[in-house]
Design a protein around this ligand. Sequence first.
Ligand code: AMP
Ligand code: MG
Length: 396
Amino acid sequence: MMDFYQGQQNLLQQAGRIVESETIPIDQASGRILAQTLSASLDAPAFNNSAMDGYAICGLKSKEWQLIGTVAAGDPQQIKLQSGQAVRIYTGARIPENTDAVIMQENISIIADSIKSTQMPKAGENIRYQGEELHQGDTLLQNGAFLNAQAIGLAAAQGARQLQVYQKLRVIIFTTGDELVSDNSDRKQNQIYDCNRPMLFAELKQHAFIEPIDGGILPDDLDTITTTLAQAASTNHSIIISGGASVGDRDFVKPAIAQLGRIEQWKLAIKPGKPFGWGRIKHCQIMLLPGNPVASFVTFKLLGLPALHNAAGRLQTDALPQSYQAKAAFTILPNQQKRRQFLRGTLRFTDTGPEVQPLIKQGSHMLSGCVQAQVLIDIPAETNIEPGQWLTVYPI
Ligand code: AMP
Ligand code: MG
């Protein structure tokens, strides 16, 4: 069976990338993915300015300077100092010509129309120089950059009012199973409520670069699944389908995809989530998620979502889920599990660093254990775990 990280890499490489883009106002671009490389239109800072409220002085050797005026942020005037002169200056105000330093106001005493410094000023202190951060033409944001609040701030600081972003990725979600119902008046004996679709739909809705579409529940019927997937593949970028992905006689998702397109990979050496797979129907990517809710959730977080980020145009390195290291506060000895496990756990910050502890309810059908979880703990196959050992964890 294929290793998880190998599978994740293959999945990302095989994800088709969106090419369509649109130009939208910057105030609607939060969470979208940039479809252009943005360059600085101005130097940053755009002009020499004061980093402090204080006094701009000319003449480092003087002890006293004659105060000749005031300059505040946004003042249009251009002052020129002579040796022995100073101006009152505020943070962000343009530095007068010939300024040697800005002395912070805390170090100044005022005597009539002169100032004295309690300390020797240093050349250039408290001055923010034009271009010290960015030069005009420097790359601000790369094509494929995720537009978080900081990125939007950076673009706005350069006067950008519109941004070219990738179109939203149309992602349709289906669940399959004759046992599933979504309306509580419909539930018959031995049926269960569909929880994967609301759960995964909720996940999709958190991402501004995705336009989620609810495809509903499909019965365990090959013809219906085949017809529905063919239709969905012609109008969406990605299909997510949960359940029916195993090898039972009533698992029709794989045969349906095989008829319409192809399965690229099926099964990974992970627990939960072994039946995860992916494929393609014409230009549409399709991901098969296990029916068990926890397996569905875990594979969506670690495989489905990175693939969607990648398909949506995001830089490949950024598409992978965030991870960090934390110390085990538990033991698995011996670990005879042949698959890599992703245990649902809690995180605690201690004097010696972050510590993780798996929750008790680890069944792949037990969503309640997942709700309290803060992290997925990566437990490599057949690797003993002892307290204090550093492990990779994924925040959820
Ligand atoms: P399957 O992958 O279709 O064999 O389903 C595996 C298990 O997950 C079975 O117990 C199903 O009843 C359950 N299951 C499948 N889909 C869902 C769903 N959407 N919501 C809740 N449970 C599900
Ligand atoms: Mg089923």
